[in-house]
Design a protein around this ligand. Structure first.
Ligand SMILES: Nc1nc2c(ncn2[C@@H]2O[C@H](COP(=O)(O)OP(=O)(O)OP(=O)(O)O)[C@@H](O)[C@H]2O)c(=O)[nH]1
Ligand SMILES: [Mg+2]
Length: 368
């Protein structure tokens, strides 16, 4: 059994215990002739001093919300989290243990091991990582079929999803505004072997049936993409009601208005968890070797077939990359993309290493 399943089993068991407890309380309270209204709000809450297991549904600076049963519990971190590495702090989608406080913020005690963890370098390109979401099964890479479309950016998202251990699914939205969505579907399918791609219109209910296979109870889906791509609209359509705020894009450049401003996990009535995220302006590469390797696994395979192990794919004889470009099995555009993402990844990684060396040195000198 994988860790995610174990955690879900634990939650189920906990729910069972809570329900039994609830029934006992209800019987007792009925005999004391209390009204139903007076009791419902507190009955489903965890024991005050016990440790409970919930899931982070929202993070805003130092404030967290924990999804427990069908409630959102406000929470803060236990003091021992301070000074920990940023990657060890809870993110949306994390399973956490917490001590329940009925009078205010509950206390997050620990973060359970993650089955997947999506991260990217921060926008300032310092190589510092931004930790986004955890325990995601599918990452929907949402791109609108208007001015938003970018082959290069989709490839970046795909490598981030793969690096983090989730399955990338490209969702091309606003197909109603595009005269030839099929052309884009084929182009995106060419980014990586086995990449799943769907063209939809959430507003006109086109292609939505194709997405049903992902919305399976117990699965977690995270939506990422530019502002205005239609992430929140897609969630509202799937939910059948307005659970997320949406807003029109700017007419002059088709860009969105950053309507969603923080990551948030909602649970649909059928038990599917969906994480909505704010639109990203840029998707940088750092610490992403595995993701790039998996996205371009066919190119790695070709490289391994070159006559020389240190082949630079330039003038060397017996080069499998050059041969594949010549016979059309590998597109030059895709190979160039692989090279540029790889070198950006290396550059940022070197920067990241230099920063952590600097921080370590300053700490040693007592300056930090
Ligand atoms: N024509 C058309 N418009 C759509 C479709 N999906 C979304 N839109 C419109 O696109 C605009 C932006 O949609 P949102 O769902 O708010 O976009 P978002 O990706 O959540 O944007 P941020 O929250 O800013 O990151 C809204 O005006 C939507 O009505 C679609 O399938 N077709
Ligand atoms: Mg949104």
């Amino acid at each position: 059994m994988n860790k995610d399943k174990i955690i879900r089993k634990e939650i189920k068991e906990q729910i069972k215990e809570e329900i039994t407890e609830e029934i006992k309380k209800e019987t007792k309270e009925k005999s004391q002739e209390k009204t139903q209204e007076e009791t419902t709000n507190t009955e489903q809450m965890p024991a005050q001093h016990g440790e409970s297991l919930g899931r982070i549904s929202e993070v805003q600076k130092d404030s967290f919300k924990i999804r427990f049963l069908d409630r959102e519990i406000p929470a803060k971190l236990k003091g021992s989290f301070y000074g920990k590495d940023a990657k060890d702090l809870p993110v949306v989608g994390d399973y956490v243990t917490f001590a329940y406080n009925p009078a205010g913020d509950s206390l997050i005690l620990s973060v359970r091991e993650r089955s997947s963890f999506l991260q990217r370098p921060d926008q300032a390109k310092t190589g510092v990582m931004q930790y986004m979401v955890a325990n995601v099964d599918y990452t929907f890479i949402v791109t609108a079929l208007n001015g938003d479309y970018s082959y290069n950016r989709i490839a970046r998202y795909v490598s981030i999803a793969l690096e983090g251990g989730s399955v990338p699914v490209v969702v091309l939205t606003k197909s109603d505004l595009c005269t030839n969505p099929g052309r884009y579907v084929r182009e995106v399918e060419g980014i990586s072997e086995n990449l799943r791609v769907h063209a939809i219109s959430a507003i006109y209910d086109i292609g939505m049936d194709e997405l049903k296979s992902y919305f399976v109870p117990g699965k977690t889906i995270c939506l990422m993409g530019s502002s205005g791509a239609g992430k929140s609209t897609l969630i509202n359509t799937v939910a059948g009601r307005e659970v997320m705020k949406t807003a029109g894009i700017r007419e002059d450049d088709s860009k969105g208005r950053h309507t969603t401003t923080y990551r948030q996990m909602i649970t649909l009535d059928n038990g599917v968890c969906i994480i909505d995220t704010p639109g990203m302006r840029e998707v940088g590469m750092a610490g992403n070797d595995k993701g790039i390797g998996e996205t371009f696994s066919d190119i790695l395979e070709l490289e391994s077939r070159c006559r020389f192990s240190d082949c630079r794919h330039e003038t060397e004889p017996g080069c499998a990359i050059k041969a594949a470009i010549a016979d059309g099995t590998l597109s030059r555009e895709r190979y160039e993309l692989y090279k540029s993402l790889g070198s950006e990844n290396e550059r940022n990684y070197a920067k990241k290493k230099a920063i952590s060396k600097w921080v370590k040195q300053r700490k040693k000198e007592g300056l930090l």
